[in-house]
Design a protein around this ligand. Structure first.
Ligand code: BGC
Length: 414
């Protein structure tokens, strides 16, 4: 009898300890697979493990996340959603409307998110008043990156107007340097296009076109000028641009094969991961024009069964908005913290510029959501615009035809 009791107690003890070992779990779908991105996501994996979590990685390569979103849909349709997904902007709302997201309001409230996140960011994280996503950063999209030595050797300054850009690019081309490192993937075409559009249309024009989808703006002379500039830029990319990944384009700037890249500041994450120093090896400047195009990465949790998974979701949500994580992650990622109370002492000059410009554009009404990175429009509308941008960039379509196609594609997507 005595030995039976002892045996039962130790069986219980074993059961209790293995329950403790199980702990929080998360299967995380993300598309952070380049050098700088992988370093950034490793910060999160470590912090999750240090807090007792078990991380199952589901990386889906492909810049901008198109492939990741296709993989997500397949998983949700088969009734087997991942626990946490790198998701952002109106896509969060679209998944919420399908009834498949978990409510993380308890974590948000316990950790005072409303007090430390700007209202513009918090708005994207809420679904009908409840918290449905956790933000990790603010990426700026409208950046131009340059190889410092190449510019110096050719006596070229960072361009402050698109005419200056064109003149610099022509000089570089004549000197045998690829002016613009670009990867011909539709999301990269859209990235360049929206930076050009912000510069040429201005903040109000950008908002009317890509937030309000105003037909007059979509077919305006300004929009024709935007497509004209895209046609000019097509002449500044090398013949092998089709299909190239964005980080390989960044590498071309790093090694001096190309002078410029127009890309969000995840490109800075690549330069930093390669040990390059801003202001010395590479230069950053906002693309010509006023305003700031923001792109906030965030995680949404999908409704799943199982205590360990639910604990994992809560832990992950708490960690990503945590002060320490927001500093370390963003130092690697190239972005700036989403929280307003993280000191920027350890951040470089490009990040400081981003933070200052974000505050100024917020005050001046020119802080705008990126359409190319899924912050401004629902998937169908953004996709309709990008299809026209890519079709124009890869053919001899006139700018006049492009704006007509743009208006039609947008109307058909509604
Ligand atoms: C994401 C970034 C990512 C980039 C390249 C953007 O849409 O917001 O986090 O690094 O795409 O994949």
């Amino acid at each position: 009898m005595k030995s039976y009791v002892t045996g039962a107690v130790s069986a219980l003890a074993i059961a209790a300890s293995s329950a403790a070992i199980a702990g929080p779990e998360a299967e995380v779908l993300h598309y952070w697979t380049s050098g700088g991105e992988a370093k950034s996501v490793a910060v999160l994996q470590k912090e999750f493990a240090d807090n007792g979590g078990t991380w199952t990685d589901m990386p889906v390569a492909g810049g901008g996340g198109d492939a990741a979103m296709t993989a997500l849909r397949a998983r949700v349709l088969s009734g087997n959603a991942p626990t946490a997904v790198q998701l952002k902007g109106p896509a969060i709302q679209e998944w919420y409307e399908e009834g498949v997201l978990a409510d993380i309001s308890a974590v948000a409230e316990a950790n005072g998110w409303a007090d430390v996140l700007p209202a513009s960011i918090a708005g994207h994280m809420k679904c009908e008043g409840t918290w449905c996503a956790a933000p990790v950063n603010v990426h700026r999209v409208d950046w131009i990156w340059a190889n410092a030595e190449v510019l110096k050797a050719n006596d070229i300054a960072m361009p402050t107007t698109w005419d200056e850009f064109n003149a610099a690019a022509s000089t570089l081309q004549a000197a045998g340097i690829i002016p613009l490192a670009h990867g011909g993937q539709s999301w990269q075409d859209a990235t360049v296009f929206e930076a050009v559009a912000l510069g040429i249309l201005g903040a109000d024009g950008f908002r009317k076109a890509f937030v309000d989808l105003d037909k007059d703006t979509l077919t305006s002379d300004g929009m024709i000028a935007v497509f004209d500039q895209m046609r000019t830029m097509r002449g500044f990319v090398d013949p092998n641009f089709s299909g190239r990944d964005w980080n390989l384009a960044t590498a071309m700037v790093m090694n001096g094969e190309a002078a410029f890249q127009i890309m969000g500041d995840w490109a800075k994450g690549e330069f930093m991961a390669a040990g390059k120093v801003p202001g010395e090896d590479f230069l950053c400047m906002s693309t010509p024009g006023e305003g700031f195009l923001y792109n906030v990465d965030s995680f949404a949790m999908f409704a799943v069964d199982g205590d360990e998974k639910k604990q994992g979701q809560d832990l992950l949500a708490k960690l990503v908005v945590g002060k320490n994580f927001q500093e370390v992650f963003n130092l690697n990622k190239g972005s700036i913290p989403a929280r307003t109370d993280v000191a920027l002492d350890k951040f470089d000059s490009c990040a400081i510029l981003s933070s200052e410009d974000m505050a100024a554009s917020s005050a001046g009404g020119s802080l705008l959501p990126s359409y190319a990175h899924g912050m401004a429009l629902r998937g169908a509308q953004a996709g309709a615009i990008t299809d026209v941008v890519t079709a124009h960039f890869n053919s001899d379509m006139s700018s006049a035809d492009a704006v007509q196609q743009l208006a039609t594609a947008v109307a058909n997507s509604m």
